[in-house]
Design a protein around this ligand. Structure first.
Ligand SMILES: Nc1ncnc2c1ncn2[C@@H]1O[C@H](COP(=O)(O)OP(=O)(O)OP(=O)(O)O)[C@@H](O)[C@H]1O
Ligand SMILES: [Mg+2]
Length: 236
């Protein structure tokens, strides 16, 4: 067990966005979190990464409670969060964005090494190191957002809708890369997606959220095969 969420309740003022959510994600596995608009997916990731306080419940990571810890302390412990809407700094170049992502690395050579690994994974970024982030295409910007998170050498990677607004072929590439990060580098990944089929196809487990509660969770393959879930939540 690496990540454990226990009876998590999170509110935005009068709105209860998460109403008692419990699940576990094994070390080195990929969990897909599926749900429609307003289900509470972003709130869940923001709470895990310390950007939003929980009202009730606990979050454990590697057997330590992390509920309420500061985002920067969690990053130092190996957590990286790619937020919705391409988390890059538009005015900075590709290289500057990647360097900022790796600011937690111990020294310059470790940072250069992490940046080199990101370029290996996304050669397109390597060809655009001095280009400003706001001039990248949508797909390239998403690669940069993921690359920036990877530059910190995370053990736990939270991805909020990485396929949003991308062309089908780019979506396929991004999903393929996410799968590789888990399978080849052993990074534990929580992938939030509206693209239920794409996400469940690469995931080990799935968690389906509706209006702040989990309506189904389990092995990704069995969720896809469940006819009741298909029509109600998976949208195909
Ligand atoms: N800062 C906020 N202030 C008030 N309400 C909020 C805030 N953030 C989220 N909410 C509400 O909490 C609920 C869950 O929102 P959340 O962003 O977690 O959903 P989501 O599953 O990520 O949706 P989407 O797929 O549209 O991104 C929604 O009803 C939303 O309006
Ligand atoms: Mg969201």
């Amino acid at each position: 067990m690496t990540l454990k969420v226990e009876r998590l309740v999170v509110e935005h003022g009068a709105i209860r966005a998460l109403d008692g959510i419990s699940f576990e994600v094994d070390a080195g596995s990929l969990a897909a979190v599926i749900g429609s608009n307003g289900a509470g997916k972003t709130t869940l990731l923001r709470t895990i990464s310390g950007l939003k306080d929980a009202k009730l419940g606990k979050i454990f990571w590697k057997d330590r409670e992390i509920t309420g810890m500061k985002p920067e302390d969690l990053v130092r412990r190996g957590l990286a969060h790619v937020s919705e809407g391409k988390s890059v700094i538009p005015e900075l170049t590709v290289r500057e964005n990647l360097s900022l992502g790796g600011i937690w690395r111990n020294n310059k050579s470790e940072l250069e090494e992490s940046i080199g690994e990101v370029i290996n994974l996304f050669p397109r970024l390597g060809e655009r190191m001095d280009q400003r982030a706001d001039t990248l295409s949508g797909g390239e910007r998403q690669m940069l957002a993921i690359g920036r998170a990877l530059a910190s050498k995370p053990e736990l990677l939270l991805l909020d809708e990485p396929s949003l607004g991308l062309a089908p072929l780019v979506v396929e590439q991004i999903f393929e890369t996410i799968s590789q990060l888990c399978r080849q580098q052993g990074i534990t990944i929580i992938l939030v997606e509206q693209n239920a089929m794409g996400a469940l196809a690469i995931a080990d487990t799935g968690i389906i959220i509706n209006l702040g509660v989990i309506v189904a969770q389990g092995d990704a393959g069995s969720l896809v095969a469940d006819p009741a879930l298909k029509s109600a939540y998976l949208g195909y």
